[in-house]
Design a protein around this ligand. Structure first.
Ligand code: URP
Ligand code: ZN
Ligand code: ZN
Length: 496
């Protein structure tokens, strides 16, 4: 067998094991894994390197207008280049339907822009801000058939929030069609009420963002989302979970057999609310929703990852520049309520966890692979082509140098944000060589990919990691409305 490319002598970690071996690649796919493979047209010597699947970042905002109309700093080129340099070979950004916009137009618009610019593979989730009968009956099934098999809805933000009735409608549609429903769970009125009173007292600094977004806003909305999903017995995914109480609730629901999945992000492991408490408006660089909490919350997130309560580690890359185009629409007069929400993290998501999780021994290399790639593939219908190192899958592969030490500097990154919240941190390990479908896209700090070379990946129906098999008592609603049966027909099957 003649391989196009053979990766030799690497320490290869899959989702289940680590072995010293070779990988043979043909036509962009992994064709063989084993010792002493035949030479390829090209050979890469991976001695001393850790070879892992390319990351899948399933929560990124790229070239997207925020709920207040502020445009992200990264377009599909800078965002995907930044992903590649950080070892992420697949991104799933959002195609955001703002009110008054038709879903098919939104998808066409995002697809065109990504097709022209992306350097790594991509799919889309659909953000739904307005739920109509036409959308439920036609647009969502059409989107799913086209490979957009997940939707995100918001329980907060004036311009995005949907009411619980519509949340149930979207849950039912997701269950019926076999799609994954992502939920931003924060109680809108708690945030609004606290923020109003803080502003009335003249408390406008960035740190008050953390006060307005009290952990209880997340706890309450998570409990509500969990209850609604249990009513219909439909799998859901609570995104960017930040606090111990929400994790506790999610764990409890899972023990009851509910298919409530959850994601957390680097900012909840590596930042705290104190980061927002800086001179002037500098704290705005650390403001995201929900905000980072404290050391106990960080510990709860680590535990959630370790015991499986949290299955996905994503960046929630929400890139806004620290100027009037992004974080500070009113310049020095910007209050915490007017800042664009979100922090960048696409390029550093994997290096931070590799350094602080794997190399410290907090998580195993296999857990790293699951949390950064394999679980994303399962949960978002990419299992047939991505998320692991196995024969038949796309050769999306990263060679890590586990010994290199770096001080994080935004100047060395490739996004268009102008700062990183992790500036000055010392980390160990870096993705040195990155392959996307068998082609080297980054090598030792050099970009070798072309604009537009990333491919759209039509996703299949997800395979929820929690199967809910032990659920003893489906709700009367789910039995009488026959929702459970409908959901199970299509999950894990091709949607096309
Ligand atoms: O602060 C954040 N997370 N901004 C991005 C939008 C979202 O809710 O994910
Ligand atoms: Zn969100
Ligand atoms: Zn987000």
């Amino acid at each position: 067998m003649r391989y196009d490319l053979t990766i030799r002598n690497g320490r290869v970690t899959t989702s289940t094991t680590t072995v010293q071996t070779d990988i043979g690649i043909i036509d962009g796919k992994i064709a063989a894994i084993g010792p002493d493979l035949a030479p390829g047209v090209q050979d890469i010597d991976a001695s001393g390197r850790w070879v892992m699947p390319g990351g899948i970042d399933s929560h990124v905002h790229i070239e997207q207008a925020s709920s207040t109309g502020v445009m992200c700093a990264d377009d599909f080129y800078s965002g995907s280049v930044s992903a590649a340099f950080g070892g992420t070979t697949t991104v799933i950004p959002f195609a955001a339907q703002h009110r008054g916009h038709r879903v098919p137009d939104v998808i066409a618009d995002y697809s065109r822009r990504a097709r022209e610019k992306a350097v790594v593979d991509y799919g889309f989730h659909l953000i739904l801000s307005e739920v109509t009968p036409e959308m439920l009956a036609q647009d969502l099934p059409r989107a799913i058939a086209d490979g957009i098999t997940s939707f995100k809805v918001y329980m907060t933000y004036d311009a995005l929030k949907i009411e619980d009735y519509h949340l149930l409608e979207v849950m039912e549609a997701a269950g019926r069609e076999g799609a994954m429903l992502m939920i931003h769970a924060e109680n809108h009125d708690v945030i609004r009420w606290v923020a109003r009173r803080l502003l009335d007292k003249g408390l406008t600094a960035p740190k008050f963002h953390g006060v307005a977004h009290d952990p209880l806003a997340e706890t309450e909305a998570s409990a509500r989302a969990i209850s609604l999903s249990r009513l219909l017995d439909v799998p859901v995914l609570l995104v960017h979970i930040s606090g111990p109480e929400a994790i506790h609730l999610i764990r409890g629901a899972q023990r009851l057999g509910s298919k409530v999945h959850a994601e957390s992000c680097p900012q909840y492991l590596f930042l705290t609310a104190e980061d927002m408490d800086r001179d002037g408006l500098d704290g705005a660089m650390f403001c995201c929703s929900p905000p980072a909490r404290d050391a106990d919350a960080q510990e709860a997130v680590w535990q959630g990852f370790l015991d499986g309560t949290l299955q996905l580690y994503s960046s929630d890359h929400a890139p806004f520049r620290f100027d009037t185009s992004g974080k500070l629409p009113k310049g020095d007069a910007t209050t915490f309520k007017e800042m664009a929400n979100g922090v960048p993290g696409l390029e550093l998501r994997l290096p931070l966890l590799f350094s602080e999780g794997v190399l410290t021994g907090r998580i195993t290399p296999e857990q790293f692979v699951q949390l950064t790639a394999t679980n994303h593939a399962r949960m978002y219908g990419l299992e047939h082509c991505k998320g692991d190192i196995a024969v038949g899958l796309d050769a999306d592969i990263v060679l890590w140098d586990p010994s290199v030490k770096r001080t994080i500097r935004w100047d060395d990154l490739h996004d268009n944000v102008g700062y990183t919240p992790y500036e000055g941190r010392e980390i160990t390990g870096w993705p040195e060589t990155v392959l996307s479908r068998g082609r080297v896209v980054v090598d030792r700090g050099e970009l070798l990919a072309e604009r537009g070379q990333g491919q759209y990946v039509a996703r299949r129906c997800p395979t929820p990691i929690l199967d809910g098999a032990m659920r003893p008592n489906p709700s009367a609603a789910s039995r009488w409305l026959d929702l459970r049966g409908k959901a199970w027909k299509s999950y894990g099957e091709p949607c096309q």
